[in-house]
Design a protein around this ligand. Structure first.
Ligand SMILES: Nc1nc2c(ncn2[C@@H]2O[C@H](COP(=O)(O)OP(=O)(O)OP(=O)(O)O)[C@@H](O)[C@H]2O)c(=O)[nH]1
Ligand SMILES: [Mg+2]
Length: 320
């Protein structure tokens, strides 16, 4: 459920509501890292009593692995620095505020690439719907049929709970978008710290590590309500671990348009025969999505700054 300075908080499947077990890694694990969401084998004192310490001796094969890198370029040290965000997630909940901080479709597009690459289903969660409308963001994803939910402080969360039921969902998003606020509403005894967003405070990260929490049963709900993983806010979602070909999987609205491309088409703007320009010109996909895809291609090739918002003054939503 959580990792903190070499101590791992675990929950036993046979005692789901029992005390959490604290464990450390056994030496035989070697350099394999244990991350939130991992299913592990424990030996030693698994009583969960005060001061009891168990050992993790085995990590089960992972159903999915959500990764990100510090940078997009696999040729830099940062690009090779790969972090596993969470293991065994079924759903990636991309949390974006509609205002304060403003939504960034470039960032959402990156999360989508990571989700499709890891075979995790994406869900867009638009928070702070009391501050601004969702039209612009939702309009950008029309061709994708991306599922989304709107959250405002007074909204009931039934639709979201239904989408979370029975699976492990991980929340990702910039700092201050309201991930922990949402977790506290979904899991009333979660007691996740919540930050204050101000012009000065923006970018300050309130949550500092990932934590998995079991969602409570609802009075009328039968079956497993699922798990939710709160994560610290991230500045960018580096994609150095995703191949150039796989980047396209994050853009299913463009995939069909590449059928008429010449063999090995790089899909870059300077490729005169790339069929994606005609695809967009024919109204089959949004021009901004193609631009976003090409910014990612350029960034992966080490040509662009992942924080390209300044370079797109015409499209305030485009930053990542
Ligand atoms: N107006 C409004 N404010 C909200 C809403 N949700 C969250 N907030 C506020 O946004 C601020 C940041 O919320 P957090 O939950 O700490 O954000 P976070 O995404 O967990 O941030 P990090 O932990 O830094 O990644 C807090 O002041 C919340 O009260 C919302 O729906 N509407
Ligand atoms: Mg938080």
């Amino acid at each position: 459920m959580a990792v903190d300075r070499g101590r791992y908080t675990c929950v036993l499947p046979e005692a789901p509501d029992g005390a959490a077990v604290t464990a450390m890694r056994a030496r035989e694990l070697g350099r394999k890292s244990v991350v939130v969401g991992d299913r592990v084998s424990l030996v030693g004192d698994v009583s969960g009593a005060d001061g009891a310490l168990a050992r993790i001796v085995r990590i089960a094969e992972r159903r999915s692995v959500l990764r990100r890198t510090a940078d997009d370029d696999e040729n830099t040290a940062e690009g090779r620095l790969e972090r596993v965000v969470v293991a065994n997630a079924d759903q990636l909940v991309i949390v974006s505020a509609l205002a304060d901080p403003p939504p960034r479709t470039g960032f959402i597009d990156r999360c989508l690439v990571a989700a499709y690459d890891a075979d995790i289903e994406p869900l867009l969660c638009l928070t702070k719907a009391d501050l601004a409308g969702p039209e612009q963001v939702v309009g950008y994803y029309t061709e994708l049929e991306l599922p989304y939910v709107l959250v405002r402080p007074d909204s009931d969360l039934d639709a979201l709970r239904a989408l979370l039921a029975g699976r492990v969902s991980v929340l990702v998003g910039h700092s201050g978008v309201g991930k922990s606020t949402l977790v506290n509403r979904l899991v009333p005894d979660a007691l996740r710290a919540v930050g204050v967003v101000s012009a000065i405070g923006r970018g300050r990260h309130t949550s500092t590590s990932a934590v998995a929490l079991r969602l409570p049963r609802t009075p009328d709900g039968d079956g497993d309500p699922g798990w939710i993983v709160d994560t610290p806010g991230i500045r960018s979602f580096g994609l150095a671990h995703v191949s150039a070909e796989s980047l396209l999987h994050g853009f299913p609205d463009l995939v069909e348009g590449t059928v008429d491309c010449p063999p090995n088409c790089p899909h870059t703007p300077d490729e005169a025969d790339c069929a994606l320009d005609a695809w967009v010109a024919a109204g089959k996909a949004d021009q901004r999505r193609l631009a976003s895809y090409r910014r990612l291609l350029a960034s992966r090739a080490g040509e662009g700054d992942p924080r390209e918002v300044e370079r797109n003054p015409g499209d305030p939503l485009a930053g990542s």
